[in-house]
Write a protein that binds this ligand. Sequence first.
Ligand code: NAD
Length: 501
Amino acid sequence: MSPHQPQHLYYEGKQQKASSGKTFETIDPSTAKPLATIHSASHSDIDAAIASASTAFHSWSHTPPNQRCRILLKAVQILRERNDQLAKVESQDTGKPFSETSTVDIVTGADTLEYYANLVGGGGLNGETVTLREGEDGSAWVYTRKEPLGVCVGIGAWNYPIQIALWKSGPCLAAGNTMIYKPSEYTPLHALLLADIFTQAGLPPGVFNVVHGAGDVGGYLTSHPSVAKVSFTGQVSTGRKVAASAAGGMKYVTMELGGKSPLLVLDDCEVDNAVDGAMMANFFSSGQVCTNGTRVFVPRKLKAAFEKRLVEKMEYIRAGDLADSATNFGPLSSKSHWQKVTEYIRHGIDADKAKLLYGGLGAPNVPSRLKDGYWVNPTVFTDCTDDMRICREEIFGPVLCILPYDTVDEAVERANNTSLGLAAGVFTKDLNLAHKVVARLQAGITWINSWGESPSEMSVGGWKMSGVGVENGRKGIEAWVRNKSTLVDMGGQVATVFAKL
Ligand code: NAD
């Protein structure tokens, strides 16, 4: 299947024509040229996909876990065999360099699918037994089962398309649920390829389905009475709407939302490592990573040394042809996002009056055929203060803000002074202090002397307005099952109070 052909929908184990007549285009952000035409799902198309998922749920949820595991592991194998082909599509669709998509996006997605297939296939999704009474007159105990929820909806953001699809579908399908997946309308090209891979691996028709479209399609899915759960990745403002819509039907939700994460550099740190951490936390994926550490707290006495090394290392950022293995910096993912990030950089300079240390308005030097792409300069502001808009709102672009501080207590307090709580980190040689600082940071994902690595074993999710629940790790599977408790009384007699006196 070519990702450049018109993209329709996928249910009943095959591509299906959309009936809405509504189409949109996905654009190559490095050139601003269209890549493919996508057909939006109508309400009746979505009903048909959900009906297919509902029918498939009965047999899939009754398929022995080790058989589900075998099918999902086959999909892992195909994903890995096709890594580079899929990475090329992700590069074109998202604007990320191939050096990144070929080593991270499909790899981390496949890892998570493998993790949950093995967890469930290896008998790891079990309840517990609790003894209540033991004795000749009747033992009693409670046992619990973890049962799948039913038809689940996955709604993705545009920054890690296939990874998000796999982080949701991996535990969802392993646990015995079926899924309707809606990719972001900005980066939809991975979705039919993934559906096809699942089918080739032996996944029965209706277990994994794809509908395309924008917020209206997402809204119809989240309010659909046949849907048991919504797993959403996106902005806080959209998450609020999705959670409200799901709450109307008492659906389970997982919300993976935005952040404005603090990175604390302590004065005894290894400066080079802290600079590398700050750069990975702001310029990897051109800053379009939810866990970005955009508020970099630097001790006043270390500021000059930190800034000097940072400016030197900024020269290692190389924009250019996405297929070139030397390129490590791509354009922003869409024109509207380019406008938003550009506006934040302008605001930082004109209104916040932040000191521009590197970059600023304009674009990096790229070959002429890429001139129309959505490029912005990797940018560093320094001497920033907490009240600046660029330090309060999620920019989701390559904009690093240095905030000087005097004491660690002050830095922790300022780091926590936000309604968001996705990620946080600390760089120091003093590991005692590192653990104390991390214990005080209000965030669901934290790092010590590292930034950004998010393996499938690590449960990740935001605190405060950054989300509800976690993905990945042993905890992640809990979001895709419900509990059934059964009390067994071996005595054979109900302890009734309604006995004859
Ligand atoms: P977005 O909220 O604009 O869109 C996300 C998805 O929601 C899209 O598929 C969109 O079509 C859909 N949608 C829009 N309106 C909807 C509605 N009313 N009902 C249902 N679905 C609707 O987010 P985005 O711009 O695509 O993604 C960027 C955001 O995602 C950033 O804030 C980033 O921090 C966040 N993000 C979070 C994580 C995480 O794990 N916490 C990971 C990646 C991205």
